[in-house]
Design a protein around this ligand. Structure first.
Ligand code: SF4
Length: 447
């Protein structure tokens, strides 16, 4: 059970040294109790107090790492009910279902198709991360062989799905090095599955047919020493499944109920009769509160919108998405290609670069750090002033790449033209369109 602010305060040094960033130890204790501070911010906590406080300051939903390598994912670790309260931290992981009687050749073909579902957005690689390998016939050799194939020949990490502990043990031997999630411990097999997960240091999902059943299982497995648990409440209809997820999140966050303070796994593949409907259901669980979403297949038309939704939901609403300051080449520009400048708000960058690309006029796009603000906001906030933009163009090194000495500034920042010209002696400043949609026409008209 989480400690109160006063209980935490009693364990702190009480020197009010302010090194943690707040004026008093009491204020720090209150922040720690409400998950607004990290214990590591106080350098003076004794080891003994740290051990007691670590539990109290742990996120109410435990973060659980699944997989190894570049595609390993952390699920859970959330601290708020609503994204706007702070942020959601660990994006929902998407899994494609693979039956254990699939042939090696079909598996290879499927993995190739699934692996191609990748998109670059705002400097991030968006893609599904998991294969949920489901035992369909109790053939442990086939299950283990396929688990090995997925683990060794793809970047996907694994959810191993069987309630037979012997079958699971064979697969763990074959692919345990990739830290698969074991699904699932039930009331009937919890001892064997718990031992297997503990002996191999692997995360374990629990499956029950009610929240009470979940609590009985997580209590039992926690008492066995297991910490990395994932919850399936067993609901396979939309409303009960959503009710369970919301109830567990609320109970973990508001009541400090550690028995349900774990990430969740949900199965749209068992709730719909076609992939489109699965996608719709999955989109609901991305928002509330599915940590791992299992689909019967991974198809571009379903996964792409889910990836974009996930990107939006799991972006910190208090911190604008940015791109790195610098020079971006669009369409292989040369020394006489136009040079444009804009801000580093990710949406601005992608819209502007997309319009330049659409114009088919090769160009240089200079992106100035504006702390993630769009052009008009950055200008109004003094983050895209004429002196700054001029100085940035100078230090960017673009003058070494082009013969032209003309810089095109956004129409919304027309007021800075004079100051830019003053700062950039020898350069001409041209005011571009206000709306990005007019950039293509603007560039083409200059050809
Ligand atoms: Fe108290 Fe530690 Fe913060 Fe100093 S750093 S005020 S000792 S909580």
């Amino acid at each position: 059970m989480a400690l109160t602010g006063i209980q935490i305060f009693k364990l702190l040094p009480k020197t009010n040294c302010k090194e943690c960033g707040v004026p008093t130890c009491l204020a720090f204790a209150m922040n720690l109790a409400s998950s607004k501070a990290e214990l590591d911010s106080c350098p003076y906590v004794s080891d003994e107090a740290r051990a007691q406080l670590a539990e109290a300051s742990a996120p109410p939903i435990r973060p659980v790492v699944i997989g190894k390598g570049v595609r390993k994912v952390t699920v859970g670790g959330e601290t708020v009910l609503y994204r706007h309260e702070k942020t959601f931290f660990n994006p929902t992981a998407f899994a494609g279902l693979l039956a254990s009687d699939t042939s090696a050749a079909d598996t290879e073909a499927k993995l190739k198709v699934w692996n191609a579902i990748q998109y670059e957005r705002v400097g991030l690689n968006l893609r599904p991360e998991l294969v949920a390998l489901k035992d369909v016939n109790g053939d442990k050799a086939a299950f283990a062989t396929l688990a090995k194939q997925v683990a060794e020949t793809s970047e996907f990490n694994l959810v191993l799905m069987t309630e037979d502990a012997d079958v699971m043990a064979a697969a763990v031997e074959a692919c345990g090095f990739k830290r698969p999630l074991l699904y699932a411990a039930t009331a009937a097999n919890a001892d064997a599955m718990g031992k297997l997960a503990k002996d191999n240091g692997l995360p374990l999902a629990v499956k029950a047919d009610s929240i009470d059943g979940v609590i009985a299982l997580t209590d039992k497995l926690t008492a066995m020493g297991l910490k990395d648990l994932v919850i399936d409440s067993g609901a396979r209809e939309l409303k009960p499944a959503l009710t369970d997820l919301v109830g567990m999140r609320r109970s973990a966050l508001k009541d400090g109920n550690r028995a349900v303070g774990f990430p969740t796994i949900v199965f749209p593949c068992e709730m719909a009769s076609n992939l489109d409907m699965e996608g719709l259901i999955a989109s609901m669980f991305v928002a509330k509160y599915g940590s791992i979403v299992v689909l019967s297949d991974l198809a571009t038309e379903v996964v792409f919108p889910l990836l974009l939704e996930r990107l939006n939901i799991f972006t910190d609403p208090q911190r604008p998405m940015t791109v790195t300051e610098g020079i971006f080449e669009i369409g292989n520009p040369g020394e006489n290609s136009p040079v444009l400048v804009t801000t580093n708000f990710a949406l601005t960058y992608f819209i502007v670069s997309g319009e330049i690309e659409a114009s088919r006029v090769p160009a240089w796009l200079l992106v100035k750090d504006s702390e993630g603000l769009s052009v008009l906001t950055a200008w109004a906030a003094g983050k895209f002033g004429g002196d700054d933009v001029g100085a940035f163009v100078k230090k960017s090194g673009i003058a070494d790449k082009v013969k032209t000495r003309e810089i095109i500034i956004p129409g919304y920042a027309a007021a800075i033209a004079g100051d830019v010209e003053e700062e950039l002696s020898g350069w001409t400043v041209t005011v571009g369109p206000r709306e990005a949609a007019h950039i293509a026409g603007f560039l083409k008209a200059r050809q």
